[in-house]
Design a protein around this ligand. Structure first.
Ligand SMILES: [Zn+2]
Ligand SMILES: [Zn+2]
Length: 310
């Protein structure tokens, strides 16, 4: 096979050099390092560990690589990750800078030691899937920014499908659940249970179930017969027209991490020709397409579609 761009003999439709210039062969998930403000332990892969900042960073970094990029070694130095490996039978080195944020919370052990009283639980769950780590981290960030050092500590408990946050105050739990639902595009269900009686008065415990939508940013959904890429909690961009759509009652069509990448080789008014792992495809012409554009490709109802991957 020859490289579609430079014509060099290659094991793939792009050679290593052209692929590294045109495709994003590796990327790094946004990193937030969670640290306990009381004991200083870092939370790494659901465990609280006494670590140096450097080793906490390198064990938390998630490097996503193209499936054709065979990785031999990943090195983390300060704010740079270097990946050594092979692509289309050639050696390749890719370096990516990264940034991180530190999120301070009270770890479960320290919370237990400081007393277990709570008035309300905020439960984070998602429609038809598990809540992802990145979503937990985003929720923790929202909680931290809303608590702003108020003494109302919270504790967290991981569940199979998501996470529960415990709050000393019902008002705060209510406000926080609303805010999380707002930012993720989900909704809140409130329930209460009789907890105890104090001086003859009923005292309740409240649960705020925050339900996140099945889809996330970057996924493709169908809204009123149109296919759109999810851009934020309630906005999407239609792949054929480029118009912004309100996302409401949308159906998940394709997950970003399940889509294949391709490469536009030709197009006319209506149709684009895309070289991809599925072979050479004819797809409805996506908006803003150029020859050489890197695109995502997915199949839906027996047809292939693509859109620019930016
Ligand atoms: Zn090439
Ligand atoms: Zn702690």
């Amino acid at each position: 096979m020859r490289c579609a761009v430079c014509g060099k003999e290659s094991e793939d439709f792009l050679c290593a050099k052209c692929a590294s210039e045109r495709l994003r062969l590796a990327s790094i998930d946004k990193l937030e390092l969670v640290v306990c403000s009381r004991c200083g332990r870092y939370k790494v892969k659901e465990r609280w560990k006494k670590l140096s900042l450097e080793s906490a960073l390198s064990s938390s970094l998630k490097v996503l690589v193209d499936e054709k990029f065979e990785v031999d070694e990943v090195k983390v130095q300060k704010n740079l990750v270097t990946i050594h490996g092979r692509f289309a039978g050639e050696e390749l080195k890719v370096s990516i800078p990264f940034n991180y944020r530190i999120v301070k919370i009270c770890c479960p052990r320290c919370s237990r030691e400081s007393g277990g009283y709570y008035e309300a639980i905020v439960q984070l769950r998602a429609e038809g899937r598990k809540v992802e780590e990145s979503e937990v981290e985003r929720a923790v960030k929202i909680i931290n920014s809303m608590l702003k050092g108020e003494k109302n500590f919270f504790r967290e408990e991981f569940r199979k499908e998501g996470i529960d946050f415990y709050f000393g105050s019902k008002e705060i739990a209510k406000r926080i659940s609303k805010q999380i639902a707002e930012e993720f595009g989900g909704y809140v269900l409130e329930t209460k249970k009789l907890h105890t009686k104090i001086d003859g008065k009923d005292v309740y415990r409240f649960t705020y179930l925050v339900k996140l939508p099945a889809y996330k940013t970057g996924d493709v959904v169908e809204v009123e017969g149109k296919l759109a890429v999810v851009k934020s909690a309630r906005k999407g961009v239609e792949i054929l027209s480029g118009k912004t759509l309100e996302i409401c009652k949308a159906k998940l069509v394709a997950r970003k991490d399940k889509m294949k990448k391709g490469y536009v080789v030709n197009f006319d008014e209506n149709v684009a020709e895309v070289m991809s792992d599925f072979g050479l495809l004819l797809v409805p012409k996506p908006v803003n397409v150029k020859i050489g554009s890197e695109v995502f490709v997915f199949e839906y109802n027996g047809r292939f579609y693509s859109f620019e991957s930016s």
